[in-house]
Design a protein around this ligand. Structure first.
Ligand code: FAD
Ligand code: N01
Length: 559
């Protein structure tokens, strides 16, 4: 049970009940829920000049969702579900952005969003049980609750290559792609990185009228064909007829996707039998392939057979056998690094104007004014595209200089890796909640499902605290330690920790090696957080207010 203590708090008046940071999928729904369902005064701060988050920033050619469109959306509003019709099996970046703009306008959210403003600091004032939030325009505002919705993959990461800034050509990161496009014609182009972003951008750049494309690969990936296609009215009416069931299944599944795993294991199957099972799923494309065998991620024998099947497909697709061998992943199990989908990725390496540099054989030594110097050659370019990923899960949170009780910074607290209670809150940081924080299923799911779970839990919790005059809420240290230990324990039962992935923070040298998302499953996780709420927020200390503060009272309008 939680405990309720009376403390002598000084009377205070915060500017807002809640300040939210981030206007992507998470922040937009969080704003709607707190403002329109609880009637709270809310301000949302967003550093971009528009909504969209991921889909605002990642405008690189080929940027597209790997989740199928009909499940990569909000499910909370039936009118929106009926009014919006997706045009493709997987929505492309412009369509997701258009969708998020549509939802924003439909729910009239813009008036509570301050764009073009970055949060640069947030500190908790114990006396008033409120947060002071500083922004890059020099302003400060206060709120009783502080909700971070800053995204797990929103801080681009560029490796610190020797003399990185000496290159004099054009440089772009996929996660900060210019919104007015990039001209590729007649250019010699390098792409560094073959994760999900690289695998999408490479075929699109290769299609352009370029002089040459050189791909710098460190770890080959297991990419499965997406097999995108337009959705016609017939497809759409079938989805609409079954939407309740589809969405319920997604919310009750382990990965936030409405697909059943078909077989318990491949352990006792011959490779021939495995091929027979996987072939139709390979032809169908998408994440159903990954969900063929239930024990894929815990049983090395099953995983090795599925991995081998993918390797066979790569060898069959790439004409040059030496090139094919370089593209075949060998050092990690399938899906222990985020498994991407692709459209013509492997086929691109059959084009004359595309070449591959394996940087494990010939590492990048330095950037030079005209390109990239590896241990065996100088490669000259007009443009370098960094598809090198993100300071994932914690990077964006830590950049905000968040200070909790007694001046403890989140950076100090998480020096050895994130410690949270339920991936939602942290001891020492009262009244602060994080949407899809580290140690929640987040990136191991179809994210709108996890986002809705979190936003609804946070809203219900804040509503409960407000209704019960609880001014400060903080997870107990023991609860946090137990959750952190549980995260590690569950991860260690899987193959995930065997790979050098960004899930393990391994993409950035200074970060502690620790598995950051929660792999217990979206369904199990949801049940856990619901039970915590039902048991009066078990694991949290709740501090009752003695002030006459009415958190639903009149608050300043947005400037
Ligand atoms: P974001 O969309 O990242 O939004 C966070 C917002 O916070 C941003 O607008 C950012 O500008 C703002 N912000 C951050 N820091 C500050 C600050 N200090 N001050 C003010 N504002 C700040 N997930 C899936 O489930 N399926 C997919 O197929 C899929 N495809 C993806 C493709 C790409 C290219 C990428 C990068 C991610 C993909 N994801 C996918 C994950 C995706 O990030 C989530 O699905 C979802 O969009 C996250 O929404 P969010 O609102 O939580 O975070
Ligand atoms: O980033 P990544 P991403 N020298 O970190 C390489 C989501 N997403 O932007 O694997 C040379 O996966 C690095 O090599 P290695 C999705 O969740 C989704 O592609 O570390 N290479 C890797 O190849 C995804 O997982 C979608 O050895 C270096 C690449 O750069 C997440 O975002 C689309 C290097 C980085 O891959 C991030 O994906 C796009 C170095 N020093 C993104 N440092 C869809 O759903 C790094 N690399 C469609």
């Amino acid at each position: 049970m939680s405990s309720v203590t009376e403390v002598n708090t000084t009377e205070y008046e915060a500017d807002y009940d809640v300040v939210i940071v981030g206007a992507g999928f998470s922040g937009l729904y969080q704003l709607h829920r707190l403002r329109d369902e609880l009637g709270l005064s809310v301000k949302l701060i967003e550093k971009a000049d528009d909504v969209g988050g991921t889909w605002y920033w990642n405008q690189y050619p080929g940027a597209q969702c790997d989740s199928e469109s009909h499940i990569y959306c909000y499910s909370f509003n039936e009118d929106i579900l009926e009014e919006w019709q997706w045009s493709e099996r997987y929505p492309s970046q412009p369509e997701v952005l258009e969708y998020l703009r549509f939802v924003t306008d439909r729910l009239d959210l813009r008036e509570n969003i301050e764009f073009d403003t970055a949060v640069t600091g947030a500190s908790f004032d114990e006396t008033g049980s409120q947060w002071t939030i500083s922004t890059d325009d020099g302003s400060e505002i206060s709120s009783q609750f502080f909700v971070t919705a800053v995204g797990c993959l929103s801080e681009p990461w560029v490796p610190d290559f020797n003399k990185r800034d000496s290159f004099e050509g054009e440089s772009y990161h996929t996660g900060r792609w210019p919104h007015d496009g990039v001209e590729f014609t007649d250019k010699r182009i390098a792409v560094i990185g073959t994760g999900a972003s690289g695998i999408q951008v490479i075929p699109e750049v290769a299609k352009e009228d370029i002089e040459h494309l050189t791909v710098f690969q460190r770890t080959p990936n297991y990419a499965v064909p997406a097999r995108d296609r337009p959705l016609d009215d017939g497809d759409w009416s079938e989805i609409q007829d079954n939407y309740d069931r589809i969405l319920r299944n997604a919310h009750e599944s382990g990965f936030g996707m409405p697909f059943e795993t078909a077989y318990p294991t491949a352990e006792d199957l011959s490779m021939e039998e495995v091929r027979e099972i996987l072939e139709p799923r390979w032809q169908e494309g998408g994440f159903r392939f990954m969900l063929t065998f239930e024990d894929l991620i815990i049983n090395p024998e099953t995983n090795e057979k599925v991995s081998e099947f993918v390797r066979e497909q790569i060898r069959e697709t790439v004409d040059d056998s030496e090139m094919a061998e370089k593209l075949v992943p060998k050092g990690h199990y399938y899906a222990t690094k985020r498994p991407p989908l692709h459209t013509n990725y492997y086929q691109t390496f059959n084009e004359d104007q595309v070449s591959l540099v394996d940087v494990t054989e010939t590492p990048i030594e330095r950037m030079i004014t005209s390109g990239i110097q590896t241990t065996d050659a100088i490669h000259e370019f007009d443009m370098i595209i960094y598809a090198t990923g993100f300071d994932a899960m914690t990077g964006t949170l830590l950049n905000m200089d968040i200070q909790g009780r007694n001046g403890l910074t989140l950076e100090e607290k998480w020096e050895d890796g994130p410690q949270t209670y339920l991936g939602l809150s942290a001891h020492g940081f009262p009244n602060m909640f994080t949407v899809t924080g580290p140690q929640s299923p987040s990136v191991l799911s179809n994210m709108p499902v996890s986002i809705e779970q979190h936003v609804e839990w946070i809203s219900d919790a804040i509503g409960h605290f407000v209704d019960n005059d609880i001014s400060a809420v903080e997870p107990r240290k023991e609860a946090e330690e137990a959750w952190t230990a549980h995260n590690t324990e569950v991860a260690e039962q899987t193959l995930y920790p065997t790979a050098d992935s960004w899930y393990m923070n391994e993409n950035i040298e200074d970060k502690p090696t620790v598995f950051t998302p929660y792999i217990g499953g979206v369904d199990v996780y949801h049940q856990t957080i619901q039970e915590v709420a039902e048991k009066e927020y078990e694991g949290f200390d709740l501090t009752e207010s003695i002030t006459d503060l009415d958190p639903r009272g009149d608050r300043p309008a947005l400037s």
